[in-house]
Design a protein around this ligand. Structure first.
Ligand code: KIV
Length: 277
Protein backbone atom coordinates (compact mmCIF):
# COMPACT_ATOMS: atom_id res chain seq x y z
CA UNK A 1 0.00 0.00 0.00
CA UNK A 2 1.16 3.49 -0.86
CA UNK A 3 2.25 5.35 2.32
CA UNK A 4 0.67 8.72 3.03
CA UNK A 5 2.03 12.04 4.31
CA UNK A 6 0.54 11.50 7.84
CA UNK A 7 2.17 8.06 7.87
CA UNK A 8 5.58 9.61 7.13
CA UNK A 9 5.00 12.00 10.06
CA UNK A 10 4.08 9.06 12.28
CA UNK A 11 7.25 7.24 11.18
CA UNK A 12 9.28 10.22 12.41
CA UNK A 13 7.41 10.28 15.71
CA UNK A 14 8.03 6.54 16.16
CA UNK A 15 11.72 6.94 15.17
CA UNK A 16 11.13 4.59 12.23
CA UNK A 17 13.57 5.54 9.47
CA UNK A 18 12.23 6.47 6.02
CA UNK A 19 13.97 5.09 2.93
CA UNK A 20 13.86 6.99 -0.35
CA UNK A 21 15.61 6.11 -3.60
CA UNK A 22 15.54 7.78 -6.98
CA UNK A 23 13.97 6.04 -9.99
CA UNK A 24 13.52 7.53 -13.41
CA UNK A 25 11.65 5.03 -15.53
CA UNK A 26 9.32 2.03 -15.52
CA UNK A 27 11.85 -0.76 -14.78
CA UNK A 28 13.83 1.12 -12.13
CA UNK A 29 10.62 2.16 -10.34
CA UNK A 30 9.36 -1.44 -10.44
CA UNK A 31 12.61 -2.64 -8.84
CA UNK A 32 12.53 0.03 -6.13
CA UNK A 33 8.90 -0.79 -5.32
CA UNK A 34 9.61 -4.54 -5.27
CA UNK A 35 12.46 -3.89 -2.80
CA UNK A 36 9.98 -2.20 -0.45
CA UNK A 37 11.53 1.29 -0.38
CA UNK A 38 9.18 3.82 1.30
CA UNK A 39 9.34 6.62 -1.29
CA UNK A 40 10.59 7.22 -4.82
CA UNK A 41 12.19 10.45 -5.94
CA UNK A 42 12.16 11.20 -9.65
CA UNK A 43 15.16 13.47 -9.16
CA UNK A 44 16.49 15.92 -11.68
CA UNK A 45 19.74 13.98 -11.15
CA UNK A 46 18.29 12.07 -14.12
CA UNK A 47 19.87 14.82 -16.21
CA UNK A 48 23.29 13.48 -15.29
CA UNK A 49 22.79 9.75 -14.69
CA UNK A 50 20.27 9.04 -17.47
CA UNK A 51 20.57 11.87 -20.02
CA UNK A 52 24.34 12.48 -19.79
CA UNK A 53 24.25 16.24 -19.08
CA UNK A 54 27.11 17.73 -17.05
CA UNK A 55 24.73 19.07 -14.39
CA UNK A 56 21.04 19.18 -13.49
CA UNK A 57 20.65 22.70 -14.90
CA UNK A 58 19.63 21.78 -18.50
CA UNK A 59 16.83 19.43 -17.39
CA UNK A 60 13.48 20.59 -18.80
CA UNK A 61 9.90 20.25 -17.59
CA UNK A 62 9.12 18.00 -20.55
CA UNK A 63 11.97 15.66 -19.55
CA UNK A 64 10.81 15.61 -15.93
CA UNK A 65 7.25 14.87 -17.02
CA UNK A 66 8.33 12.10 -19.39
CA UNK A 67 10.33 10.33 -16.67
CA UNK A 68 7.80 10.98 -13.89
CA UNK A 69 5.04 9.37 -15.96
CA UNK A 70 7.18 6.29 -16.62
CA UNK A 71 8.26 5.93 -12.98
CA UNK A 72 4.66 6.29 -11.75
CA UNK A 73 3.54 3.56 -14.17
CA UNK A 74 6.20 1.28 -12.64
CA UNK A 75 5.43 1.96 -8.97
CA UNK A 76 1.71 2.37 -8.42
CA UNK A 77 1.95 1.46 -4.71
CA UNK A 78 4.80 3.81 -3.80
CA UNK A 79 4.67 7.53 -2.91
CA UNK A 80 6.43 9.40 -5.73
CA UNK A 81 8.06 12.82 -5.38
CA UNK A 82 9.02 14.61 -8.61
CA UNK A 83 11.73 17.26 -8.77
CA UNK A 84 10.88 20.65 -10.20
CA UNK A 85 13.70 21.45 -12.67
CA UNK A 86 15.80 24.61 -12.64
CA UNK A 87 13.78 27.77 -13.51
CA UNK A 88 10.47 25.91 -13.46
CA UNK A 89 9.58 27.72 -10.18
CA UNK A 90 11.26 31.05 -10.86
CA UNK A 91 7.93 32.87 -10.36
CA UNK A 92 4.76 32.02 -8.44
CA UNK A 93 2.76 31.52 -11.64
CA UNK A 94 5.38 29.25 -13.17
CA UNK A 95 5.66 27.25 -9.95
CA UNK A 96 1.91 26.60 -9.71
CA UNK A 97 1.61 25.75 -13.40
CA UNK A 98 4.60 23.38 -13.45
CA UNK A 99 3.99 21.72 -10.09
CA UNK A 100 0.40 21.16 -11.18
CA UNK A 101 1.62 19.47 -14.36
CA UNK A 102 3.91 17.09 -12.43
CA UNK A 103 0.95 16.05 -10.28
CA UNK A 104 -1.84 16.02 -12.90
CA UNK A 105 0.01 14.82 -16.01
CA UNK A 106 3.03 13.13 -14.41
CA UNK A 107 1.11 11.30 -11.69
CA UNK A 108 3.48 12.37 -8.86
CA UNK A 109 2.21 12.58 -5.28
CA UNK A 110 4.38 15.58 -4.37
CA UNK A 111 6.99 17.94 -5.81
CA UNK A 112 10.44 18.89 -4.51
CA UNK A 113 12.16 22.22 -4.95
CA UNK A 114 15.62 23.45 -4.01
CA UNK A 115 16.18 26.49 -1.83
CA UNK A 116 15.60 28.08 1.58
CA UNK A 117 13.88 31.13 2.97
CA UNK A 118 13.32 32.82 -0.40
CA UNK A 119 11.03 29.97 -1.47
CA UNK A 120 8.53 30.59 1.34
CA UNK A 121 5.91 32.36 -0.85
CA UNK A 122 6.13 29.60 -3.45
CA UNK A 123 5.81 26.78 -0.90
CA UNK A 124 2.84 28.60 0.66
CA UNK A 125 1.16 29.04 -2.72
CA UNK A 126 1.70 25.40 -3.73
CA UNK A 127 0.41 23.98 -0.47
CA UNK A 128 -2.59 26.35 -0.60
CA UNK A 129 -3.25 24.99 -4.09
CA UNK A 130 -3.24 21.46 -2.67
CA UNK A 131 0.19 20.40 -3.93
CA UNK A 132 2.36 18.64 -1.31
CA UNK A 133 5.90 20.07 -1.21
CA UNK A 134 9.26 18.61 -0.18
CA UNK A 135 11.96 21.22 0.51
CA UNK A 136 15.65 20.70 -0.30
CA UNK A 137 18.40 22.69 1.44
CA UNK A 138 22.15 22.44 1.97
CA UNK A 139 23.91 21.60 -1.26
CA UNK A 140 21.39 22.51 -3.94
CA UNK A 141 22.87 21.31 -7.25
CA UNK A 142 20.68 23.56 -9.45
CA UNK A 143 22.42 26.61 -7.94
CA UNK A 144 25.81 25.01 -7.27
CA UNK A 145 27.58 27.87 -9.05
CA UNK A 146 26.28 30.34 -6.46
CA UNK A 147 27.46 27.99 -3.70
CA UNK A 148 30.99 27.80 -5.14
CA UNK A 149 30.57 24.29 -6.58
CA UNK A 150 29.33 20.93 -5.32
CA UNK A 151 30.57 21.54 -1.76
CA UNK A 152 29.44 20.66 1.76
CA UNK A 153 27.28 23.52 3.12
CA UNK A 154 26.70 24.87 6.64
CA UNK A 155 30.23 24.38 7.94
CA UNK A 156 30.60 27.77 9.64
CA UNK A 157 28.47 29.30 12.37
CA UNK A 158 26.50 31.70 10.17
CA UNK A 159 25.71 29.24 7.39
CA UNK A 160 24.79 26.53 9.93
CA UNK A 161 22.36 28.96 11.60
CA UNK A 162 21.01 29.99 8.20
CA UNK A 163 20.27 26.34 7.34
CA UNK A 164 18.28 25.87 10.54
CA UNK A 165 16.33 29.06 9.85
CA UNK A 166 15.69 27.98 6.26
CA UNK A 167 14.38 24.59 7.42
CA UNK A 168 12.06 26.21 9.98
CA UNK A 169 10.77 28.70 7.41
CA UNK A 170 10.00 25.93 4.91
CA UNK A 171 8.18 23.90 7.56
CA UNK A 172 6.10 26.91 8.56
CA UNK A 173 5.35 27.60 4.89
CA UNK A 174 3.81 24.13 4.59
CA UNK A 175 6.54 21.75 3.35
CA UNK A 176 5.78 18.24 4.64
CA UNK A 177 9.35 16.92 4.33
CA UNK A 178 12.84 18.32 3.92
CA UNK A 179 15.83 16.88 2.03
CA UNK A 180 19.16 17.84 3.61
CA UNK A 181 22.06 17.45 1.19
CA UNK A 182 25.76 17.52 2.09
CA UNK A 183 25.69 19.25 5.46
CA UNK A 184 27.51 18.40 8.73
CA UNK A 185 25.69 15.77 10.75
CA UNK A 186 25.43 18.09 13.78
CA UNK A 187 23.44 20.64 11.75
CA UNK A 188 21.23 17.86 10.35
CA UNK A 189 20.64 16.57 13.89
CA UNK A 190 19.63 20.05 15.09
CA UNK A 191 17.24 20.42 12.16
CA UNK A 192 15.77 16.95 12.64
CA UNK A 193 15.14 17.69 16.31
CA UNK A 194 13.78 21.19 15.77
CA UNK A 195 11.36 20.25 12.98
CA UNK A 196 8.13 18.26 13.20
CA UNK A 197 8.35 17.26 9.54
CA UNK A 198 10.68 14.39 8.58
CA UNK A 199 14.18 15.19 7.32
CA UNK A 200 15.69 12.99 4.60
CA UNK A 201 19.46 13.12 4.43
CA UNK A 202 21.90 12.65 1.59
CA UNK A 203 25.36 13.26 2.98
CA UNK A 204 23.83 14.62 6.19
CA UNK A 205 24.61 11.80 8.63
CA UNK A 206 22.68 9.22 10.56
CA UNK A 207 20.47 11.51 12.65
CA UNK A 208 18.09 12.42 9.82
CA UNK A 209 14.64 10.80 9.85
CA UNK A 210 15.42 9.02 6.59
CA UNK A 211 17.98 8.66 3.82
CA UNK A 212 17.91 9.11 0.06
CA UNK A 213 20.45 8.03 -2.55
CA UNK A 214 20.58 7.87 -6.34
CA UNK A 215 19.61 4.55 -7.98
CA UNK A 216 22.53 4.58 -10.42
CA UNK A 217 25.04 5.37 -7.64
CA UNK A 218 24.07 2.54 -5.29
CA UNK A 219 24.02 0.00 -8.12
CA UNK A 220 27.30 1.05 -9.76
CA UNK A 221 25.68 2.29 -12.96
CA UNK A 222 27.18 5.81 -12.93
CA UNK A 223 30.95 5.96 -12.91
CA UNK A 224 31.69 9.59 -13.82
CA UNK A 225 32.16 10.58 -10.16
CA UNK A 226 31.17 9.29 -6.73
CA UNK A 227 30.56 11.72 -3.85
CA UNK A 228 31.84 10.69 -0.37
CA UNK A 229 28.26 10.16 0.88
CA UNK A 230 27.44 7.46 -1.68
CA UNK A 231 27.52 3.81 -0.68
CA UNK A 232 27.67 1.46 -3.66
CA UNK A 233 25.76 -1.75 -2.88
CA UNK A 234 26.34 -3.57 -6.19
CA UNK A 235 28.38 -3.25 -9.37
CA UNK A 236 25.71 -3.84 -11.99
CA UNK A 237 27.64 -1.71 -14.49
CA UNK A 238 30.49 -4.23 -14.40
CA UNK A 239 28.09 -7.19 -14.60
CA UNK A 240 26.28 -5.57 -17.53
CA UNK A 241 29.48 -5.06 -19.54
CA UNK A 242 30.47 -8.70 -18.92
CA UNK A 243 27.06 -9.97 -20.08
CA UNK A 244 27.10 -7.73 -23.16
CA UNK A 245 30.61 -8.96 -24.05
CA UNK A 246 29.37 -12.57 -23.95
CA UNK A 247 26.44 -11.65 -26.24
CA UNK A 248 28.87 -9.93 -28.64
CA UNK A 249 31.18 -12.97 -28.71
CA UNK A 250 28.30 -15.42 -29.18
CA UNK A 251 27.01 -13.44 -32.18
CA UNK A 252 30.51 -13.39 -33.72
CA UNK A 253 31.00 -17.14 -33.17
CA UNK A 254 27.43 -18.13 -34.22
CA UNK A 255 26.68 -19.54 -30.76
CA UNK A 256 23.61 -17.29 -30.53
CA UNK A 257 20.78 -17.80 -31.37
CA UNK A 258 20.52 -21.43 -30.26
CA UNK A 259 17.65 -23.74 -31.20
CA UNK A 260 15.57 -22.62 -28.20
CA UNK A 261 15.65 -19.00 -29.40
CA UNK A 262 14.63 -19.90 -32.95
CA UNK A 263 11.21 -20.26 -34.66
CA UNK A 264 10.68 -23.07 -37.18
CA UNK A 265 7.99 -24.03 -39.66
CA UNK A 266 6.10 -27.28 -39.05
CA UNK A 267 7.15 -30.28 -41.13
CA UNK A 268 3.87 -30.07 -43.07
CA UNK A 269 4.44 -26.50 -44.12
CA UNK A 270 8.06 -27.26 -44.95
CA UNK A 271 6.88 -30.05 -47.24
CA UNK A 272 4.31 -27.81 -48.92
CA UNK A 273 6.85 -25.11 -49.45
CA UNK A 274 9.93 -27.03 -50.40
CA UNK A 275 8.66 -30.45 -51.46
CA UNK A 276 10.45 -33.48 -50.03
CA UNK A 277 13.54 -31.70 -48.77
O1 KIV B 1 17.90 14.95 -8.01
C1 KIV B 1 18.09 14.17 -7.07
O2 KIV B 1 18.29 12.97 -7.24
C2 KIV B 1 18.08 14.73 -5.72
C3 KIV B 1 18.63 13.87 -4.63
C4 KIV B 1 20.09 13.80 -4.76
C5 KIV B 1 18.17 14.32 -3.30
O3 KIV B 1 17.67 15.83 -5.52
Amino acid sequence: MKKTIPEFEKMKQAAEKISMLTAYDFPSAQLVEEAGVDMILVGDSLGMVVLGYDSTVPVTMEEMLHHTKAACRGAKQTFVVADMPFMSYATLDLAILNAGRLIKEGGADAVKLEGGYSLVPIVQALTRAGIPVVGHIGLTPQTANQLGGLKVQGRDLNSAKQLVEDGQALEQAGAFMLVLEAIPRQVARQLSTALKIPTIGIGAGLDCDGQVLVFHDILGLFKRFRPKFVKQYADLGHDAVKAIQVFHQEVKSSLFPAEEHTFSLSNEVIQELYGDK
